[in-house]
Design a protein. Structure first.
Length: 725
């Protein structure tokens, strides 16, 4: 967490609380002292409201639940700070709250919005007091009600959800029509701004957050909007809300409408998938949505043919429309060729900061080098999948690693050692050793414990290069990394006492999973055990895995998931599937009933029908890769086929090829962690007899096969020959 350093060097948490405060040891400059005194003198004591809890915070102001002391009614107080929360139109939080007040007063008596109770200023901040609306926001129903959050959805639950969602949609459309009847454009319709009353069988709805609402006569345009519902620039006035309502029709069944900001043609594709998954949906329900999204009332004659084709594609079994995708993701090897074309089309080798577009995190690794988000990951996926090499990408990586940018991280997935691993894999052993020497010359011992950018990943690469490049001294560095990790593991197990500050399992400050939890060090211990035969390394792997399993629980679908407190994670990178992958490898060496049970318990989480994103580390592709390599009893060939086919839900055409969106699905990504390269790797791993997989987690590492190789006198495996220098 962020911290500030005290006078004695102690790091103290820098908490971003709503109230201003200064550390105890700081003396405020004299000219600020009256300002702080005035701020501290402002209290809510004289208000006729008791503020009971905070509902939301932003830099523009908070939202609070409370009670009106005069009549005992529940209320919501919305705060606006002047000169804060500026939007693109120049309005600050106060101006937007004034708009909301005006809109709510205009809607008085309709029953589709909260009533206004009060409007006052306190400490220079504006407050709007509204009636409290019972119920929950529509998005909160998804995790507990949506039937696709299961491996095999119950047809009765699918039918029940379909009826409920159609009724909710009807109620929302009536509420929006009432708003339009008063001459207002809501302008920011999405699931978070729709309140559903407690009676779920006969749902009634109300709309909240009217900061963007405006009279239609003023010709309003969208300034702020949810990316999954933002209208194209050709929509004005009421058409903005009609577009959002059309998106909602699809999102209630497949909440993936952020893809429409990338390619609006995806609407027809999503509608077809929704119709297949929810067979009781009325045909007109989706057809009308696609027509509105594709063209709407402003569509000209030139768009009419495209609109009709999109509508045809939305109907199950319709074949009149031109297919959106050049090939389906599960159509191997055509999909491999299509993804390789997209990767090649996206390359910009003339840039210095990156060569393949991916997640913005690649700009943190010193210049787009890394395995997770940078060039190394794309080159690795192409090689593992048996696709043609990217000469442009390879030359770029060699050029950039000749003198890596200052600040480039050291780790396996975030920096230099990952690039070294991939370069050795591609035959550039000398460059790999040069990069390794750079890391060893620095304070690499101070890295965090995890696999992504820490000691576990560093140890794996060092041990691998020692053998692959014929440099046995690197084995010693790998053993040093293992010693440091076992010491840290012991300190973490000891808990926050004495000189052992590690948080206990299940508490804040520690993550679980393959990339950032103790599962990564467990993988390192296993690979090192396979080379050395040291049983103590197996013991350490077991302790590390148990520490991560202590952070897991069974969710409503029956699957074992990582519990992060505010969310649960089933995924390969930061979730239970990654833990299960290493449990697989541990169980190949030693029986453990608890581990076997946990591995089986993860399986439902890896077979769900719906995942929010396609990516390898936090999406469907990671589940496909796990199912392809796991030896968990109960995995069926149909499980792999289903996950591979469902990658089409996210796929989009790009550069005469096939591409996938990245994190949050608001733009395409080519990287390994979030985008096309990761999907390519997962699909390659799912092919019969494939040896593709993540570094140190490919099928070739299963059952200690490296341990079967002859060893030299120093305990290291005999070199298999140096890579190309």
């Amino acid at each position: 967490m962020p911290a500030v350093e005290g006078p004695d060097g102690t790091l103290i948490p820098d908490r971003k609380d709503p109230a201003f405060s200064v550390p105890d040891w700081v003396t405020l400059p004299g000219f600020l002292a009256p300002e702080l005194a005035a701020r501290n003198a402002t209290t809510t004591t004289g208000l006729p409201y008791r503020i009971e809890r905070a509902l939301h915070f932003s830099n523009g102001g908070g939202v609070y639940a409370g009670t009106d002391l005069r009549d005992g009614a529940q209320v919501v107080l919305k705060e606006a700070r002047p000169h804060a929360g500026l939007a693109a139109d120049g309005a600050d939080a106060v101006a937007r709250l004034e708009r909301e007040k005006s809109a709510l007063e205009r809607l008085t008596g309709l029953g589709v919005a909260p009533g206004v109770r009060d409007w006052f200023e306190l400490g220079g901040h504006r407050f709007l007091v509204m009636d409290f609306l019972p119920g929950r926001t529509l998005n909160s129903f998804f995790a507990e009600r949506h039937p696709l959050l299961a491996a095999r959805p119950d047809p009765a639950e699918v039918a029940s959800y379909t009826r409920w969602a159609v009724r909710v949609q009807g109620a929302v459309e009536r509420a929006v029509a009432a708003v339009h009847g008063r001459g207002l454009v809501f302008n920011d319709l999405h699931m978070f701004n729709i309140m559903v009353a407690p009676d779920e069988d006969d749902p009634s709805v109300a709309l909240v957050d009217f900061e963007a609402a405006a009279p239609v006569a003023a010709g309003p345009r969208q300034i702020v909007a949810h990316p999954g519902y933002v209208a194209p620039a050709d929509r004005e006035g009421f058409a903005i809300d009609r577009y959002a309502l059309a998106c909602l029709r699809i999102a209630l069944f497949l909440p993936m409408t952020t893809l429409l900001a990338v390619d609006r043609r995806k609407a027809a594709h999503l509608a077809r998938i929704a119709a297949e998954q929810f067979p009781e949906l009325p045909e007109a329900f989706l057809r009308e949505a696609v027509e509105e999204i594709d063209g709407g009332p402003a569509a000209g004659a030139a768009d009419a043919g495209a609109s009709r084709a999109a509508t045809a594609a939305a109907r199950p079994g319709a074949g009149a429309a031109e297919p959106l995708l050049p090939t389906e993701p599960d159509d191997w090897p055509r999909s491999r060729a299509a993804m390789a074309r997209a990767l090649a089309a996206s390359a910009t080798p003339g840039r210095d900061d990156r060569v393949f577009p991916g997640d913005v995190a690649q700009f943190n690794d010193g210049g787009g080098l890394g395995l997770s988000f940078g060039a190394a990951g794309v080159l690795y996926a192409l090689a593992e999948a048996g696709a043609p090499r990217s000469e442009a990408g390879e030359e770029w990586l060699l050029r950039q690693t000749a003198a890596p940018p200052r600040g480039t991280p050291f780790g396996l997935y975030d920096g230099l050692l990952g690039a070294a691993y991939v370069l050795e894999r591609l035959g550039h052993g000398k460059r790999a050793l040069d990069l390794t020497a750079r890391v060893l010359a620095e304070n690499w011992h101070g890295l965090a414990a995890h696999l992504h950018g820490g000691l576990a990943g560093a140890g794996l690469v060092l041990d691998h290069l020692a053998t692959a490049c014929g440099e046995p001294s690197l084995h010693d560095h790998a053993l040093r990394a293992a010693t440091l990790l076992t010491e840290r593991l012991a300190a973490a197990d000891a808990g926050p006492t004495g000189d052992s500050p590690g948080p206990r399992p299940g508490r804040g400050g520690e993550r679980a999973g393959l990339l950032h939890g103790w599962t990564g060090p467990a993988l390192f211990f296993l690979r090192l055990h396979e080379r050395t035969g040291d049983p103590a390394l197996l013991d350490a792997a077991a302790r590390a895995l148990r520490r991560d399993l202590d952070r897991c629980r069974v969710d409503r679908t029956g699957g074992l998931v990582v519990d992060e407190g505010h969310r649960t994670m089933p995924y390969l990178g930061d979730g239970s599937a990654g833990i299960a992958a290493v449990l697989d490898d541990y169980l190949a060496h030693r029986d453990d009933a608890d581990f076997a049970e946990a591995r089986t318990a993860v399986l439902p989480a890896a077979r769900m029908r719906y995942y929010a994103q396609p990516g390898l580390f936090q999406g469907r592709a990671g589940m496909l890769l796990h199912l392809a390599r796991t030896e968990t009893p109960g995995v069926r060939p149909g499980d792999l086929a289903a996950q591979a086919a469902a990658l089409s839900w996210y796929a989009l055409p790009y550069g005469d090829g096939l591409a996938f969106p990245g994190d949050q699905m608001m733009r395409l990504s080519m990287d390994l962690a979030t985008g096309t390269a990761g999907c390519l790797l997962a699909l390659a791993a799912a092919q019969p007899g494939s040896g593709a997989g993540l570094p140190f987690l490919s099928p070739a590492h299963r059952r200690g096969r490296q341990a079967d190789r002859p060893h030299d006198g120093a305990g290291a495996p005999a070199p298999s020959g140096k890579s190309q220098q």
